[in-house]
Write a protein that binds this ligand. Structure first.
Ligand code: G16
Ligand code: MG
Length: 214
């Protein structure tokens, strides 16, 4: 029986990947190397600290822990400048309608995101009051594919894992859902999200009724 839907934020509710990309590229350029959109795929669903490690490896750039902390803070300042311009029009197709359908049917909803900027983003797009629980990068210690973020969301909702469905756009996120013992709808391409129970291009392409029978 379906009792709760848990949504990843970036790539499922809103597309912030382009803003992350611009801010990371600006950081890479400031360090003297380039960072391509293709390389950016590796950062989806990955934590801020781990993202920086990947970028420094790409640029073959060594940095001390202190330098890395400053770089991550600088990138986040640039990122905040970019997401400061987001509006409700940036909500991905079908996302708001799907969350509202859950409410009508008595299905609980939560956000399960790696982002420490989750609340800022939800306020910008006008969805900060729409979820029964919000578990973000400030509340978890272990990054996806560890199931911590989704298990904490289920706990906050007071629902057992087997009654939850997760919506995810990243491979690591789909793995986290599997590790949590939850069903998972992939948002993206079936060839990429091979471990999901179903894959659709967006929340506009699936109904709550279809999710019940996964
Ligand atoms: C998101 C993004 C990642 C980003 C991470 C941390 O995760 O997909 O690219 O690195 O959050 O974000 P921040 O720097 O804002 O803390 P999710 O789980 O919402 O897809
Ligand atoms: Mg994501």
């Amino acid at each position: 029986e379906l009792k709760a839907c848990i949504f990843d934020l970036d790539g499922v509710i809103v597309d912030t990947a382009v803003h992350h990309y611009k801010a990371w590229k600006r950081l890479a350029n400031s360090l003297g190397f380039d960072f391509t959109e293709e390389q950016n795929e590796q950062l989806k669903g990955v934590s801020r600290v781990r993202s920086l490690e990947i970028i420094l490896a790409i640029g073959n750039h060594a940095a001390t822990a202190g330098e890395q902390e400053k770089m991550a803070a600088q990138k986040n300042d640039w990122y905040l400048e970019l997401i400061g311009q987001m509006t409700p029009e940036d909500i991905l197709p079908g996302a708001k309608e799907f969350v509202e359908a859950c409410k009508v049917e008595g299905i609980k909803t939560a956000i399960g995101s790696a982002s420490k900027n989750t609340l800022t983003i939800l306020s910008k797009i006008g969805l900060d009051k729409h979820f029964d629980a919000i578990v973000d990068g400030n509340k978890v210690t272990k990054a996806k594919p560890d199931p911590e973020v989704f298990l904490n969301a289920a706990k906050e909702l007071n629902v057992e894992a087997s009654a939850c469905v997760v919506f995810e756009d990243a491979i690591a996120g789909v793995e986290a859902a599997n590790n949590a013992g939850m069903r998972c709808v992939g948002i993206g391409q079936p060839a990429v999200l091979t471990q999901a129970n179903a894959v659709v291009p967006s929340l506009a392409s699936i109904t709550l009724n279809e999710v019940k029978y996964l």
